[in-house]
Design a protein around this ligand. Sequence first.
Ligand code: ATP
Ligand code: LTN
Length: 335
Amino acid sequence: MENERKKRILSGIQPTGTPTLGNYVGALKNWVDLQKEDKYECFYMIADLHSITVKQDPKVLRKNSLDLLALLLAAGLDGEKEPIFFQSHVPQHSQLGWVLDCYTYMGELSRMTQFKDKSAKHAENINAGLFTYPALMAADILLYQADMVPVGKDQKQHLEITRDLAKRFNGAYSDTFVVPEPYIPKVGANIMSLQDPMHKMSKSDTNENAYISVLDDPDRIMKKIKRAVTDSEACVRRGEGKEAVENLMTIYSVATGKTMEEIEKEFDGQGYGVFKEKVGEAVVEMLRPIQENYNEIMKNKDYLEKIYRDGAERARYVANKTVSKVYRKVGFIQP
Ligand code: ATP
Ligand code: LTN
């Protein structure tokens, strides 16, 4: 029965480039851990519809999309057990997206920091899709009646608008949507740029030294960590003005499982040279198995195709139930 089902999870990632360490720590690692827990039914989605809110070269988008699917599998997701799919293969996202557009206020959309950041970054292309992005994201989540959404901290505001929309719609009609909770990791919810600790690490940064891609080879990882900005104190600890060092400590903590206190003790009296060497090595070790799996999976395009086809079929089945309900409630004639 519907109300006896396992709790559901839905999350998404845009195929806008190779994921960074930030994407991995803030989102993907939790996707894998939550799926392994086996307490939830997990739907994971590659948000290709969202990605065209910023200009994409079609060839590059196609490549990025398939590469990302392979990477999700390489990171440990089981695409046979539970659906991994492309958003554009499930038309219900656009269908519910439109309805939710009509319940979302211009005022609430204009408060979104992602919109402000991206329109500053892409001043030549401030399109309507970039503005209404959160309504489509709400549709992604509400379609699956998701109870929980694992994301990084930067997506918290979008989760809040999703919750507001669910309540607004439920209030206007009758209970239709589950109101979802964000699931944001305690450590690593916001990995910062290696070159500017006041900005998040982003895969679309123009400065390659600002991020570590999950496919960077060991040499590159070590170089980027060594070039990361720090401060002049030469002391591995947290504190005011120590954001850059704290960011490296967070990365080390996630890669090794050590707490921030343990890390401060470990490097007591040592300079940044030794610390960075250790951080680099830990990141290399964390990413090594993913990179090895990725190279294997990329050899088998048929397998990738099977995963995304099956995934979309299972996603469409669930999503269709929600859209039918919504269309009926708003007053559309049943086809
Ligand atoms: P872009 O750089 O193209 O804007 P993005 O990396 O910010 O993309 P997505 O690919 O859509 O955005 O992000 C996927 C997931 O990764 C989201 O859950 C997001 O919260 C998380 N995430 C993104 N950047 C970071 C970061 N620096 N630290 C932690 N989590 C992050
Ligand atoms: N907006 C997200 C990507 C995304 C997403 C979702 C995340 C699209 N749809 C649904 C969780 C649930 C981002 O990280 N920029």
